[in-house]
Write a new protein. Structure first.
Ligand SMILES: O=P(O)(O)OC[C@H]1O[C@H](O)[C@H](O)[C@@H](O)[C@@H]1O
Length: 328
């Protein structure tokens, strides 16, 4: 890291503005000109651009920017339920809520030599949420943009003095691609998956990289912590690295389903692919912690960020996903 990166002022690189619909959004910038946009509506990343200003996440031209409905694109957070496998609304309520900004977030690790701009968002249950999901939780979402333009999402979920609760989760990541027929995913070969198009029946993937020629809606199980999405036409690879997220959702609605979604263009399935770090098959159960527990996170991730989250009243649970764009 050069000297200029060491003096990079992440605060100045984080700008809070109002969206045209009145909801606050945060713009993160890297020293070399990459950027990310995060909306308080859903804690959703709505844009991620590389140093050349190219948008890397897909957002539908028909997207509806009106809370509470989540915007079709970017990275909605599915919590505390993924899909319809529970009593809550599809994908849970987190993506429909207005989150708050933590004005005094724990600082990034001093050992973390990479310049980074970041924002911490918080979600706590409202009275109304407690009626349909009676669990006292605190969800901290840290979105950060590193000097190399990579995007990191770290979720820390705590059980705040409640009874044990379970949840499923996904970073529903809409990647922008040149043409779905030119794309392949590497890292999911030979794995088992649950097929949402066949009543969640379990199948085993073939030995080849995954390519697309019809609707796909699957949850791959026990996946490796690195999965790559290769876009031949754009000569672009998205590398998705994750931790605490054993499953990977792969979704493309294809032609027929696209036509049935009001907030999605008829042909837009060609320009997107959802690949989500997720925890679905075996939901996470969080027990409440003892008061003033001295639990500490032992694992140090390559990008730091963790050392500050040491003392909490319950063991924090982390779900992390990094996405890096590479040219090959
Ligand atoms: O339309 P949404 O509620 O945003 O869900 C969009 C899609 O999300 C996931 O990929 C699910 O596996 C799909 O079954 C669902 O169609």
């Amino acid at each position: 890291m050069g000297h200029s990166a060491a003096v990079w002022d992440y605060r100045a690189a984080t700008e809070i503005t109002k969206d045209w619909n009145g909801v606050d959004k945060i713009v993160l910038r890297s020293p070399r000109g990459a950027s990310a946009r995060v909306s308080l509506h859903g804690g959703q990343v709505t844009s991620w651009r590389n140093e050349q200003g190219e948008e890397l996440l897909f957002t539908s031209s028909k997207a509806i920017f009106k809370p509470p409905k989540a915007v079709r694109g970017g990275i909605p957070i599915c919590f505390p339920q993924f899909g319809n496998c529970g009593s809550l609304e599809q994908h849970g309520f987190a993506r429909n809520k207005i989150w708050t900004i933590d004005e005094n977030p724990p600082p990034l690790s001093p050992n973390d030599s990479h310049a980074k701009s970041f924002i911490d968002l918080l979600l706590k249950p409202s009275e109304e949420d407690l009626k349909c999901w009676p669990h006292s939780f605190e969800f901290r979402l840290r979105v950060s943009l590193a000097a190399d333009g990579s995007l990191a999402l770290i979720s820390r979920i705590r059980n705040v003095n409640g009874k044990p609760f379970s949840f499923s989760f996904a970073y529903h990541t809409y990647l922008s691609v040149s043409d779905i027929s030119e794309v392949r995913i590497e890292g999911l070969e030979t794995l088992d998956y649950l097929d949402n198009l066949c009543q969640k029946e379990r199948f085993t993937e073939q030995g080849d990289a995954i390519t697309f020629e019809s609707e796909v809606d699957r949850v791959y199980l026990s996946t490796p912590n690195v999965v790559a999405v290769l876009d031949h036409e754009r000569k672009r690879t998205y590398v998705i690295r994750k931790d605490g997220l054993p499953d990977v959702v792969v979704w493309n609605p294809w032609e027929k389903k696209s036509k049935s979604m009001v907030d999605f263009g008829d042909d837009e399935y060609k320009q997107m692919l959802c690949v989500d770090g997720a925890v679905i098959e075996k939901p996470v159960t969080l027990k409440p912690g003892k008061a003033k527990s001295t639990y500490s996170e032992k694992k140090t991730m390559p990008n730091g960020c963790l050392e500050e989250f040491l003392l909490f009243t319950s063991p924090p649970f982390y779900l992390k996903q990094w996405v890096v764009k590479k040219i090959f």
